[in-house]
Design a protein around this ligand. Structure first.
Ligand SMILES: [Fe+2]
Ligand SMILES: [Fe+2]
Length: 489
């Protein structure tokens, strides 16, 4: 063991002793939960300690939670009305300075959104215990009850894909703290149940930032559905915010001391403050820094791609790109030599024409997100005066609301009594369906061990895959079957 790790062993480990990113991906790997449990328990403990000093106005008694929820909802509602009034009088957006800024946000919160609901995964092993029914309901709804169009992770993945923001896995460590913590809660639910319930309580309360984010994304021509869905599904009357409060009282009989239980619930609530918050991430955006990062990324490949005819200030483009530290200087020289005309319509800049025009020599080199960063940066002070379609792209097509669409069957429709798929509505036995059909055949041969098998497929790493969605539908059907041997006792 090295001297450094000996030192770390001697003192209590702090949040800085872990890489949140490594923790995140190791817990998402196959059998990550069993292999990484001990390490993730330490990670969780360090963050619980770190956030224990934070202030939170959650009441100390379970019976006061309802009034607390009402008050919170009213305050957020009033604040949002104030926001709307300011905006309707012509006030500027509060969060996103431009479309690139909003896309940056979508990408930066991806590590958290791509494990949406994960903190509740550990509850699935207790599906037969009525004390955790509300928590399980929330988890299954995060998974869309196995319907692809309603699975929150699937929805977010599609949002990233449409906007070409899928390269989030290389983000800095600090963006992974929340996601890693949510996975760590899932891996350690057996020893951290009140903290899981408390974290859920804090997470599921409707925040002001969700309402403003959805409003501004729509204004910037980005489909806000993922965010508006959360303003409805998390509603305080019948949605997840309400169910999260019910969950606190439902699980109470499990614990002897109400005071100690509520202290641990509070610790879980505070865990929502760990890592970067929504506003930190929004304020973290630096358009100039992001242009440089985008170009530095491309320089790795770009330095071999240009012909030596392209010379700027005595250096070929390949020579400029050979050193990533020269990118900022290159941007400056391109402005000096007129390749980039800042604070004008980007169409006037040769650099923009080269990367964005149809049949342009560099068409397709930059993703939609990267082009937006470059566009917004070149346009600078005149951005908001440019035509909407040039600045924000063609209007996104409003997809039909998944709830109003006849559900596209992926094959399994159940008899709720037996939990078995109705054979006549089954999948055709063709090459496209072999994976799901063999999962179903295997499942039917398993008997009472079926639920354990399905729980593995409901994990944060798998539930959003075709088989994970199929398993979720089976899990729910077995769980809800009123008279089957699998129903709750
Ligand atoms: Fe969600
Ligand atoms: Fe939720």
């Amino acid at each position: 063991m090295s001297v450094i790790s000996n030192e770390v062993e001697k003192r209590a480990r702090t949040v800085n002793d872990w890489s949140a990113r490594d923790m995140y991906f190791s817990l998402l790997s196959p059998s990550g939960f069993s292999k990484g449990r001990a390490d993730s328990a330490g990670f969780l403990t360090a963050h619980l300690k770190e956030t224990s000093q934070h202030f939170n106005n959650m009441p100390a008694h379970p019976e006061q939670l309802e009034a607390w929820l009402d008050e919170h909802t009213q305050v957020v509602g009033r604040q949002f009305q104030e926001y709307l009034a300011v905006r309707q009088e012509g006030g500027r957006r509060w969060y996103f300075s431009s479309k690139a800024h909003a896309l940056y946000f979508l990408r930066a919160v991806a590590p958290t959104k791509m494990v949406d609901g994960a903190w509740l995964y550990g509850i699935t092993r207790h599906w037969h215990d009525a004390r955790f029914a509300s928590l399980l309901k929330i988890y299954l709804e995060e998974l869309g009850n196995g319907v692809e169009a309603m699975n929150h992770v699937v929805l977010y993945r599609k949002l990233l894909k449409v906007n070409e923001c899928e390269d989030w896995k290389n983000l800095d460590d600090k963006f992974f703290t929340q996601g890693a913590l949510q996975l760590a809660l899932a891996a350690n639910t057996e020893t951290h149940l009140p903290e899981v319930i408390g974290f859920n309580l804090g997470y599921e309360q409707l925040p002001l930032h969700l309402l403003i984010t959805a409003y501004e994304l729509k204004e910037l021509n980005i489909d806000p559905y993922y965010f508006t869905l959360h303003t409805t599904i998390d509603n305080p009357h019948s949605g997840h915010a309400r169910a999260a409060i019910d969950a606190v009282t439902e699980a109470l009989p499990t614990f002897g001391s109400v005071r100690r239980y509520m202290e641990r619930i509070m610790a879980g609530v505070k865990l929502n403050d760990a890592g970067l918050g929504t506003l930190d991430i929004i304020n973290h955006f630096d358009l100039h820094g992001e242009v440089i990062r985008v170009l530095q990324n491309k320089a790795d490949i770009g330095r071999y791609m240009h012909s030596n005819r392209c010379v700027i200030e005595g250096k070929t483009m390949n020579e400029w790109l050979a050193d990533p530290d020269q990118v900022a200087k290159l941007l400056y020289i391109m402005q000096k030599t007129g390749w980039i005309k800042r604070h004008q319509d980007p169409e006037q800049s040769r650099f923009w024409q080269v990367i964005a025009a149809e049949k342009a020599p560099m068409f397709g080199v930059f993703t939609a997100y990267e082009r937006q960063v470059i566009y917004d940066w070149i346009a600078g002070d005149v951005l908001e005066t440019l035509p909407r379609v040039s600045r924000l792209g063609p209007p996104w097509r409003m997809a039909e609301h998944p709830m109003t669409q006849p559900e596209k069957q992926r094959g399994n429709v159940y008899d709720l009594r037996s939990g078995l798929r109705l054979a006549e509505l089954g999948l055709p036995d063709d090459d496209f369906n072999q994976e799901q059909l063999s999962l179903e055949r295997y499942l039917h041969g398993l008997g009472p061990k079926r639920m354990d098998f399905l729980i593995d497929w409901l994990s944060p790493a798998k539930h959003h895959t075709a088989l994970g969605l199929c398993a979720t539908r089976y899990f729910k059907a077995y769980m809800d079957a009123p008279y089957s041997q699998y129903s709750r006792t």
